[in-house]
Design a protein around this ligand. Structure first.
Ligand code: RFL
Ligand code: PHB
Length: 388
């Protein structure tokens, strides 16, 4: 096979890149090691920044989102037995969108297929070759047959556990890594959320987040130990913690738990995000703890940049945007890392903390809800920094 851009991974990054390239008249092929059904039902992110919401709409893949998503002006911070509302629309003129990542994935897959795009699912043994030359290629196996895609560029959109980052030449990458001593237990439940907007709760027993997928489906998270075994959390124990951590500020309706899972928390960046004609985007290059809701949004920002750089190359043989890709992306990535780390350290209970830390966290929360300057800073980052 031959294409202009070979894309590895059909997550939000790979699919959006392929869609944006198509709009710019550039061909691509996506290969994905999971099935279509699997990627369309994998439950992950839910919060989309304002600019990313606009991009989905402006590029013609936002129609179902406009009908089914929930559009929020702000969120709530809960501590000391009270909730405080932050109105992002009022503070920074932007809001956020609640729409499941798997719904974004479904909409993008449908649009790529409608536009004649090629997505090859359930591939095995993916490998990337010759990206130090102008004739890179990708090899993989599909239905027991060895295949090769010759291309001009390779986009490594294959997530944190993908093969593209480990394929960089030895010694060319620097890693910045931080693991957190806790994780999130997340449930999806058939019950209405306690509020129509999100509640981030600070409690002595640990953080909790009350988010949703619709007016009747809640997505609820509690801070648990790092590598916690989900079997230690029967349904009753989860509901009990969720009630306690909501601090009596809202009524929490229980419902059938539809899905349950533990997510470890980590911050990670690799630099640079490119070598020769191989470019990393999204979780393949960086991950954040979910407290700031930045992961998918950063992935979308990377591919927006990469599609612009590739368009400039194909339209006018300009290579400056391609050469500057990593540097440009990393400026946003590091701000996303900072915000995600900051949100994480304010809201969670750390194993080695001293009473000083709890007082400091409460002072920080009190400052945010009582200072327009502090609230504006949170709102500006949470609803999404301006895109370049
Ligand atoms: P993905 O989504 O992991 O997609 C990578 C794809 O590559 C495939 N793949 C391969 N394909 C072929 N050959 C190989 N060798 C391959 N190796 C891997 C994989 O099967 C997969 O389909 O990465 P991408 O596209 O960069 O997207 C990143 C996002 O998925 C991630 O950042 C977010 O889910 C993070 N995240 C959140 N982000 C937000 O912006 N807002 C949120 O509200 C938010 N909440 C969350 C989150 C992540 C969470 N978990 C489960 C980690 C909440 C949670 C609980
Ligand atoms: C979600 O809706 O799943 C979600 C929202 C905000 C976060 C993390 C996850 O910070």
């Amino acid at each position: 096979m031959r294409t202009q851009v070979g894309i590895i991974g059909a997550g939000p990054a790979g699919l959006m890149l392929s869609h944006l390239l198509h709009l710019a008249g550039i061909e691509s092929i996506i290969i994905e090691n999971r099935s279509r059904d699997y990627i369309e039902h994998r439950i992950r992110a839910g919060l989309i920044e304002q600019w990313a919401t606009d991009m989905l709409i402006e590029t013609g893949v936002g129609e179902r989102m406009q009908r089914e998503a929930m559009f929020h002006d702000g969120n709530h911070l809960c501590f000391n037995g009270e909730t405080h509302h932050l109105n992002f629309k009022d503070l920074v003129g932007k809001g956020i969108t609640i729409y499941g990542q798997q719904e974004v994935v479904k909409d993008l897959v449908a649009q790529r297929l409608k536009d004649g795009g090629q997505i090859i699912f359930e591939v095995e043994d993916t490998a990337v070759h010759d990206f130090g030359t102008d004739k890179p290629s990708i090899t993989f196996r599909k239905d027991g047959k060895d295949q090769r895609i010759d291309c001009d560029f390779i986009a490594g959109c294959d997530g944190f556990h993908g093969i593209c980052r480990p394929s960089f030449p030895e010694g060319t990458l620097t890693f910045y890594d931080r693991e957190y001593p806790f994780g999130w237990l997340g449930i999806l439940t058939d019950s209405p959320p306690p509020d129509h907007e999100l509640i981030y709760s600070y409690h002595d027993r640990g953080f909790a987040l009350y988010t949703m997928r619709s007016p009747t489906i809640s997505r609820l998270y509690v801070q648990v130990d790092h590598d916690e075994d989900v079997n230690n959390w029967p349904d009753d124990r989860i509901w009990e913690e969720l009630h306690i951590r909501l601090q009596g500020t809202r009524k929490l309706q229980e419902g059938k738990i539809l899905q349950k899972g533990v997510t470890p928390m980590r911050s990670f960046v690799c630099e640079p995000m490119q070598t020769g004609r191989l470019f990393l985007a999204g979780d393949a290059a960086h991950i954040v703890p979910p407290t700031g809701a930045k992961g998918m949004n950063l992935a979308l920002a990377d591919v927006r940049m990469l599609s612009r750089a590739l368009s400039a190359y194909y339209k006018s043989h300009k290579t400056d945007l391609l050469e500057g890709y990593s540097k440009t992306c990393l400026e946003r990535v590091w701000k996303g890392q900072r915000f995600s780390w900051w949100m994480t350290q304010i809201f969670h209970v750390f194993p080695n903390e001293v009473p000083f830390d709890r007082r400091r966290q409460l002072a920080e929360l009190d400052y945010i809800v009582n200072s327009r300057a502090a609230a504006t800073s949170l709102a500006e980052n949470y609803a999404g920094l301006p895109i370049v």
